[in-house]
Every structure is written in structure tokens, then in C-alpha cells.
Design a protein around this ligand. Sequence first.
Ligand code: MTE
Length: 746
Amino acid sequence: MAAQGPKHFATTILRQIGRRGTGRPTACQHCLFCSRRLHTSAPRASTGRPGASASKPPAPSRRHFQARAAPVSLLVGGGLVASFLAHSHFAEDAPKLEPVSCAPTDYRDPSLPRYRLADIRRHDASSPEPWVTFEDKVYDITDWVAAHPGGDVILRAAGASIEPYWNIFTIHKAPHVREILQQYQIGFIDAADLGPDGLPAAETIEDPFVNDPVRDPRLITHTAKPRNAEPPHEELDRTFLTPNGLFYIRHHMWVPVVDEAKASEHRLTIELPDGDVKEYTLEDLKTRFPIHKVTAVLQCSGNRRNDMTRHAGKTNGLQWGVGAISNAEWEGVRLSDVLADAGLKVRDATLPTRKGSAIDFGDDEVDANHLHVQFAGLEAYGASIPLAKAVDPRGDVLLAFGMNGETLPRDHGFPLRAVVPGHVAARSVKWLSKIAVSDEESTSQWQRRDYKSFGPNEGANPDWDRAPAIQEMPITSAITNVWVGDDVRRGRAPWMGSSSSSSSSNQPTNRPPTDQTSRIPDMAAVSKRIGLTRKQPPSSHSFPCPTNTPADERIALQGYAYSGGGRPIARVDVSLDGGKTWDQAELVNDCAQAGGTAPCFGNKAWAWQRWRYVGKLPVLSLPSSSSSPSIQDQDQASSPARCHDSRNGTGPTQQQQPKPCTTLVVKATDDAYNTQPERHRGIYNVRGNLATAWHRVKICPQCTDNGDGKGLTWSTGETFGCGFRRESRGGDGGDGGDGGDEEAGR
Ligand code: MTE
């Protein structure tokens, strides 16, 4: 929401007096101060708004206006006594009011009129004077709509309660928003329309999400309306380009409906700093400008927020795992080409400077360093980027209409979106309908508040205005898949190939990307992973179990690394023991330029860097029977330790046994030697943005039946971490001494 400071209350009230509503105030509901019916026959005061029709029901009487002025003086003068006197005076000074039989419960401000719901409904989106209700109050939002960047959206609530919309736009539930709304109060809902709880019956509102697209059921949904979803970690980077149906979704509202048949007529308005406005249809863009492709990640600033919450404290926002990031090949036209065509002339910063003489720039040229490009979506979302990025010839900012060789899907901005590679995805505005080159950033809440980060000292009340809006993204990485023990032996991580032997050492090696990894089979072939407790049929067997995990047990990991600004990933470091010792992962050569198969488009490294790693798991003690007091354990109290069958939860209970765990860690470094912070505590911010600390995944191997009837094998039963299964606090019996927990030392 736009920053809109509260106006002076008295001024507001006076303004309201001048723009009386058009609904019919009804009998004052009998309260201490008011037991008479207000006259309603006075002519309606004009609002001065075009179309404010005379055919509307009459406005409150002058008497009413006088009555309303009372609380103004109260506020100015202050004090309850003054309030009482003022109201008493009004009551005494109202000989023309007819007594009515009121219910004795309406103690609400008698100076404000009451409106029936039927009257309120007439002030819907088509009315020149839209009203909304909140709880039992009525607001004329005519002026507010005009001043609010998302005003058109709020019109959906007009004529009824705003509450269902605030349930969607939860940011509006903040006290300061109520204060703003308060300025627009014109009355109360008539008590005749209120239930015993003093509120109107809940209205069934038109579901604004009714036309949202059908989504892939594999997506992990954080909120359904609006849809916010991430691919499961095992699907996330299985392929270099995330399939369209699995690409993470981050919506603030519903998906606007654009008729496919008329998509080519979709209009993009471009406003230049001098006020010139140009308009392009999608067809214009496709036919008049060269078409470019860019292979680029989009990443939400809240990616891995759940990690920050778990390790550093409460954060506000969707608790994303590792999947608020995806990679795609975008197709469209360059924003810089379209801006130039629209008439924007930008000073050429590449011209040589001469000592003692300034370069003569044309008067009509603008300085890219001081301007912003504001984007607006069809559903009122807005954000901006510096003009310098928009016109950077190597910046690759696209107005995109294609994604991974297909028409841009509705969830990702059909028919047109901005794609700003290297920047936070919040700036890649979907359903793009307007661009304005301006001397200020977008005034939207998504530019001015939501997508910022703060110092850990700022707590819950950061200085929103002082912090810059997030643009280029910092470096991050994540583990997305883990295989261990039997899964590795059985080749369930087929990309290991023969290079695995050279990868199995825990000793640091400087391992450049290999061609071999580019021939890695697609992870789609992998059927099983550790990291998830497998669903297996119940069994009451118990099996002999070794006391330790094998000394040469293999483990395989995969994941992604990414740095903003087009900075390539130089190195990915992996630790299998919580950060005590490190090795380097193999960087997958996905891009054809590096020997891979995917043609990576664009001037810089906008795509993610997938990586693989095969190593040896540190030796871990498996739980011994003596550590559990359970009856089952007593039955198994002989050596070797008995291994419980995790399939039915029998055997030593997980709560009672210390788990043998180790923490897997990944961190990446880009070619500017930026690297990730070790812990989230040092980068904590209440919004949970830019949660980029080392990614840790704890694995806790269990001795289990392999299910093939051939006796014992063991594999990892559980994997905890951001994007994986969530670890229950206090219930897992410790971290196995891996020392790598982010919270260690707390
Ligand atoms: N554009 C519009 N019009 N509406 C939105 O809600 N969300 C932004 C950005 N562009 C958004 C938008 C945010 S916060 C993100 S992270 C990305 O879109 C998500 O893009 P995606 O849903 O295609 O992954």
C-alpha cells in the first residue's frame, strides 16, 4: 500500500461533512444520548464528483452535520466531560426529532448516521461514491481509491464488507491502515442489520480466485489464495530448466484473466519522464522489436525464510523452504529497445570523458543514474528497478511473453511480464500493463516496505524508509537431495557415474566443472531418496544392527547455487560433518558454453549453478539397545544391538534414543568472492528476507529392514532441514555431536 499519512482528524471530518454520503441514514438506534429519529429530508450535499447523481437517496440532514461536528470539537478540546456536554446539548437542541422505540443497546456515536445494508450495496464498484463496511462501520472510500495505487482492487469490496479482502491482503490488517480508514467513516450499519454480536451477517463474497489456473499437485502450497507454492526439494533442480508447471509461484492477489484469443491486443502503456505516453500492443512488441532469450533464475527474497526462522527467530512472511527459486528460459523483447522506441534518450555513460571539458549531453537526455522504471501489473501489483539496470546493454531486462519454449503461463504473468535477471524476483512484475520512467521508485508497499532487509538490532520495528529496496540478490546455495548408504550403493543417484570415486574424498580438492557431469542422467530417473521416511508396510520384525555406520559409507548430495547481478559461481563447498572439514562439489556443466547441453542465453550468469557431490559419511554410532528403557529394548538387550523396524514405529522409540546424526552443509562463493554467512543470527531481519546463511541438512541414519527379505541393510531414515522434513524441537534426542548446527553455542 502506498505510504499515506493520516490526515488531521478535524480536517477530515470537515471534509466528510462536505461530502455527505448518499445512503439513507435511518433511525438512530437508541442509546444514552439519542432517542429520536433524525430528519432525513434535507437535500443531499454534493460531493463535487462527476456522476454523483441526484437520484440517490437523500443525504443526512443539516442537523446531522451539526451533530457530527461535536466530536470534532471534542477531539480538539479533548475530554469525556466535553463529549458528554456536547452530545447532551445536541440532544436537547433537537426538538424536531421524533421519539422511536429503539433497542437499548446501540451506544455507538449518535452523531453518525446509520445505514441499511441495502443502501450500502448501492455504493458498489460502479458507484461514483464507493463505500465499504468494516465491522459495524461504514466508510466512503471515494477519495481513498483515487489516492491509493491499488485503489482499483479495493473497489472489489465496494458495497460490502472490506474484511474478506483484508483477509487476502493481510497487510491491511495493521493498525495504521485502520487509522487511515477511520478518516473515511461516514456512519454505522443500522442495528437492524446487525446480529447479536453487533456485526452484520458474514457476506458471501465473490471469490476473486475463482478463475485461477489449475496447478500441479506436486507443488507444496504455502497459501492457496493467493497461491504461493514451491516445488518439492527433490523436484526443484532435477532439471536445469524448471518445468513451467513446477516453477515456484508467488502471487499477492489473484491471477488476472486475459482472454487468450485477444492476448495480442494486450496493451502496455509507457510513460516517460516528460509526461509523454506511448502505447504498445503485445502484437507490436512481438513484431516491431528483435526477440531475445535469457536463461535466468527468479528467486523470491523470502527463499529459505524458514531457515532463518528456525535458527534466528520469528520472521514475518511465507515460510519458504529452499524452493522459492526456479530457473527458466525466457523469451521476449528488450526493455531498453522499447524504451528507446518510446522516445527515452539516456545519456551514454560509455562516452569518453576529456580532461577540463564536460561532455555535451543533449538537453532531452536523461541520466540513468537518477531515474527508476516503475512496473505495474494488471491486478495492481507494482515495483521498480533503477533505470541504469533497465538500459544496461548487458543487463538483459526482458518484457517476456515466452517461458521454456511455451507461451508464458498464466501463473507466471501471461500475457506479458518483466524479467529482471540477477535482481530479486519481486521486481519481475507479472501481467505487465504499465511502465513509467520516474524520478522516484514505485510507491507500492512491495517496493517501499516488503522487500527490504534490516539490521539484526532493528527487531520488529525496523526503519522501513531508511533501508534500500532489495534489487540485486546476494549469493546463496542449498542442498536439494541426499542419498546415503544403500540408496547410493544401488545407484539411486545415477549421476554419480565413475567420477564418484574421485569425489568420495573429504579432503579439499579444487575440482573444476567436468564434462562428465554434463552427461549426468536426468534426476527424473531417481525413484527414491533419503530425506523422507519411506512409507512401508507394517512389520514386527527386528534385525541385528551394527553398532556403527560403516566406515566407507557413501553419501551423495545435489543442489543449486546462485548469485545475483550475473556473478558466476566460482566454487561450492560441502561439509559432511557440520562444517569441521570441507570438500568441493562438482559444478554441473549445464550451459552449452561450458560443455553442457543447454543453450544458456544472456550476457551474464543469470542462471543457477547446479552441483553434485559424492563423499563418505562420517562414522556414526547407531543407537544401542541399552539406551532405551522400552520393553522392546529389553527384549533386544543382547549384543549386537537390535535394529528396530522403522516401518511400523516399533522398537526403540525415537524420543528415547539419541539419534546418530550429522549435519551436511553447503556454501557457495561467486567470482567476486562473495560468500554466504555462517549463521542466520547475524543477518536476522524481521521480514526474513535474504536468508542466505550456509544451508544445513541434518541426516539421522537408522538401521532398517531393506524390505527385500534378504536381511539387514541400513539407510538414512530421516533428513531435517529447510526444505526437507521439519525437525521437531526437543524430540530428536540431540544432534549426534556433529557440532554443525547453526544454533550451536546458543
Ligand atoms: N507481479 C505481479 N503482478 N503480482 C505479484 O504478486 N509477485 C512478485 C513478482 N511479480 C508478483 C509479481 C514476486 S514477490 C515474485 S517472487 C515473483 O513475481 C514470482 O514470480 P513467479 O510467480 O513467476 O515465480
